[in-house]
Design a protein around this ligand. Structure first.
Ligand code: ADP
Ligand code: MG
Length: 800
């Protein structure tokens, strides 16, 4: 059978209570007294207005709607005894009796109560006599003070003076000027304590209790806790500085060791103490805690009801049925129901307030965007100081705290972001809200991340993934073993034995390089298997130019996040490149650097060390002769240079995508063609060198033939190159057509189809040519060596 239930109140807290009760399978209608007219008849809510909030009148409403249970939202009716008078009328009330509500109604009582039950709190003294209080401040106080009106003052009766003079003024405002009315008949002067505030609430039936997640309110009106106190400008739960990270140990009560301790030293002693003093507390007990850096807990105050806006972030986290909990409390059997279940998520609420709040503020201003905001997934707008205009459609402001935008999400950060994004959909004149709700918690979480950086994986660096990559690499690296290799991967330094490799008087030759922005295309197309060949080729082709045999290679792979698959493919390309050039992959580094690179991005670099017998070092500058032949070996395409230009031409000029078919080869996409790996010239060139007659080699990289060939020429000699004596690969022709480049510029930018040039003795031409061809190279005689008119003239290329 379904039940109707009555909720007393009209604010954001009461909206959240009704909203949660309506999710119960036991609840039919929620009757709100007086409620908010915007909610009238929405979601099974019925508002009833009474001339006066008293027991008999509320009981009448209950009889009319067949209600047996009343949930009281705010403290004032509780302190005035509504619970007792309802009970007299035979209606159950969730909310303490007048005698129990005094725990909030009188701060003086509450402080004395804490002392009686050894509940930790700041030291203090209560006064009903103004002059005695003055004397105490003047003569006895030796601590920074907080001066509190003892009675209920809507969160405004607490003053924090900076010195004794201000303290005396504060005392005067409360006790003489009576700014807070009768709430100021008695004052509490207590010691100011430092720390983080936490709102800890529990349901209680007078004996046992069930705790709620710790929340944090934002009391002051302005960002960074500036300006006067308010009823609360926003809240979030659970508070990480209390319960730690989501993965932290849960303790006995589900929210960690600190909450366990707060239950043992504060909540349970309070519930027991109230019962022992003949004031059993049934309802929600709210402890305002101050938690010091050393995790010491002190109670600032008790409240006898749920917090506002804490309720708006706590109830969305409650998975259990609120109606069942409330019934168990009023029936004195809270220990008969299972431990409450809470979502493992974060909830945040931002209060939008009227201009001028917490002082005077206008009312009746139209509000736009509430429905749009409410319809965002994860967002609930709780109505507080809102009302319907006379047209029964327009929503108007009618209070200081107008509404609360609440968001629940997996992480605190995303919940905060989404709440702030959504609140912007709402508009009313002078709307103000704090921009830093939850910021302290985010800062805390971030600082914890830094502290915990020993647990490397939390920072985004996953050692396990790294290890897995290494496991995958080991067999590939092993397959590149060659004479001279001394150890497996994993040592600190990688070793190589030149003697064992057959060298007698070696000169070591090394080269380092990266792949440049060709990587961008690989990453965009998710093709990672050949880019490692480019890397090796860029290094070993340089080494072989000196006549050296590349012996070993080490790579450096850096990425935002290691994807085992991608890293393994990249490194398998490196291993392949090494194998095809006879050099061993003897070491490397896989670096995961979140923040430096984005997830999905990586950079690749490496270097090779080779050796050549001292007397075989190239180029043989002294042997250059006029008429020496320039033999060009075909490239495989663009190789690994000029890709910033290539990408510009394709992306900005071609009107095509990398995934479109090649205009020159329908069997491939443009991207596939552009990823053709750089050719490895090592084995063919070493064989050619061995045959004799090779004076020099030039690796044609960035700068093209024009800039690279002269690097190996002696002064006084020139390269005369017959343009057109070889075929320009279609990919380069296509790029040229996009860029409309001059021939001169083209030859300076791309290899134009020649990846390596050998300078050879003409008598050896046929031999060398046939050796290269037997290594599957395509070779062209592209020109000859000529003498400059001046023997000191710098070498250059002349195209004919
Ligand atoms: N002893 C204290 N030391 C430091 N700050 C205090 C102390 N007592 C109160 N405060 C500050 O004043 C606020 C209001 O005090 P509180 O006792 O919670 O009264 P109320 O909520 O009834 O206004 C607290 O939330 C806290 O920020
Ligand atoms: Mg308070």
């Amino acid at each position: 059978m379904k039940h109707n239930i009555c909720v007393i109140g009209s604010g954001g807290r009461e909206h959240a209570i009704a909203w949660k009760l309506l999710q119960s399978q036991h609840v039919d209608k929620v009757i709100m007294i007086p409620g908010n007219d915007i909610l009238q008849n929405r979601d099974r809510i019925v508002n009833v207005k009474l001339d006066k909030l008293d027991g008999p009148l509320v009981a009448n409403v209950c009889r009319q709607y067949n209600i047996e249970l009343v949930f009281v939202g705010p403290e004032v009716p509780l302190c005035e005894g509504i619970s007792d008078s309802l009970k007299k009328q035979g209606i159950s009330c969730f909310g303490p009796s007048e005698k129990a509500a005094v725990i909030e109604g009188s701060k003086a009582f509450s402080k004395d109560f804490m002392v009686r039950h050894q509940i930790p709190t700041a030291k203090y003294k209560n006064f009903t006599d103004y002059l005695e209080a003055c004397k105490y401040i003047e003569n006895e106080v030796d601590y920074q003070m907080v001066i509190k009106a003892s009675g209920v003052a809507a969160g405004k009766g607490v003053l924090i003076p900076q010195d004794k003079k201000e303290a005396l003024e504060a005392l005067k405002r409360i006790m003489v000027v009576k700014e807070f009315g009768s709430a100021g008949q008695e004052v509490v002067i207590e010691e100011f304590i430092e720390g983080e505030e936490c709102s800890l609430m529990c349901f209680s039936d007078g004996h046992s209790l069930q705790v709620m997640p710790p929340a944090q309110d934002h009391k002051r009106i302005f960002d960074l806790d500036q300006g006067p106190n308010t009823g609360g400008m926003g809240a979030y739960a659970p508070a990480p500085f209390v319960i730690g990270h989501q993965g932290s140990p849960r303790g006995k009560h589900g929210f960690g060791a600190l909450i366990d301790r707060a239950i043992e030293t504060v909540l349970q002693p309070a519930i027991d103490g109230m019962r022992k003093e003949g004031r059993p507390f049934v309802g929600v007990l709210f402890a305002g805690l101050m938690i010091s850096r050393q995790q010491q807990i002190k109670v600032l105050e008790f409240n006898c009801r749920m917090g506002d806006p804490e309720t708006q972030v706590i109830l969305p986290l409650l998975e259990s049925d609120l109606y069942e909990v409330v019934c168990a409390c009023v029936e004195g059997r809270l220990d008969s129901i299972p431990t409450l279940k809470w979502r493992q998520e974060y909830c945040v609420t931002i209060v939008a307030a009227s201009k001028g709040y917490p002082d005077v503020y206008p009312k009746g201003l139209p509000i736009k965007g509430i429905e749009e905001c409410n319809s965002v997934s994860g967002i609930t707008v709780f109505q507080a100081g809102t009302s319907l205009a006379s047209d029964m459609k327009t929503m108007n402001t009618s209070g200081g705290r107008v509404l609360a935008v609440t968001c629940i999400d997996k992480s605190l950060e995303t919940a905060i972001l989404s709440a702030y994004k959504s609140i912007q959909l709402i508009q009313f004149d002078g709307m103000q809200y704090r921009r830093d709700i939850g910021q302290k918690a985010l800062n805390y979480l971030n600082s914890q991340e830094k502290v915990q950086s020993v647990s490397y994986s939390e920072s985004g660096v996953d050692m396990e993934r790294g290890d897995q990559v290494v496991d995958n690499i080991v067999p590939m690296a092993k397959s590149t073993n060659r004479l001279g290799c001394m150890a497996d991967l994993g040592g600190f330094g990688a070793l190589f034995d030149c003697k064992a490799a057959g060298f007698k008087d070696p000169i070591l030759v090394s080269g380092t390089d990266g792949v440049g922005t060709k990587l961008k295309i690989a990453q965009e197309l998710d093709i990672h298997g050949t880019i490692g060949i480019d890397l090796v080729a860029m290094c070993v082709n340089d080494v072989v130019v000196q006549g050296a045999e590349p012996l070993f290679f080490l790579d450096y792979f850096a990425t935002g996040k290691i994807h085992v698959n991608v890293a393994t493919q990249v490194i398998s390309g490196i291993a392949k490149g090494c194998k095809e050039s006879g050099c061993a992959l003897i070491g490397g580094e896989t670096a995961e650097m979140p923040g430096m690179y984005k997830d999905g991005e990586y950079d690749l670099a490496g270097f090779s060390v080779g050796a050549v017998e001292r007397d075989k070092l190239l180029p043989l500058l002294n042997e250059f002769k006029e008429g020496d032949v320039l033999l060009g070996i075909a490239s495989s395409g663009v190789h690994s240079n000029g890709y910033s230009l290539v990408r510009y031409l394709v992306e900005k000029k071609s009107g095509l995508k990398y995934t479109d078919k090649c205009p020159w080869d329908s069997s491939k996409t443009i991207g596939q063609s552009l990823l053709t790996p750089t050719k490895l010239y090592v084995l063919s060139c070493l064989a050619a060198i061995k045959a004799g007659g090779v004076r020099a080699l030039a690796h044609i990289t960035g700068g093209g033939i024009t800039e690279n060939l002269p690097r190996v020429f002696p002064n006084g000699y020139q390269a005369e190159i017959k343009f057109g004596s070889w075929t320009i690969p279609p990919v380069i022709q296509w790029l040229n057509s996009l860029g409309n480049m001059k021939q001169e510029e083209l030859l300076r930018t791309f290899n134009c189809g020649i990846g390596m040039i050998l300078v050879i003795d003409p008598t050896q031409l046929d031999t060398v040519k046939s050796i290269l061809e037997s290594h599957n190279e395509t070779v062209y005689t592209i020109g000859r060596v000529t003498k400059s008119s001046n023997s000191n003239e710098k070498p250059k290329v002349v195209y004919i």
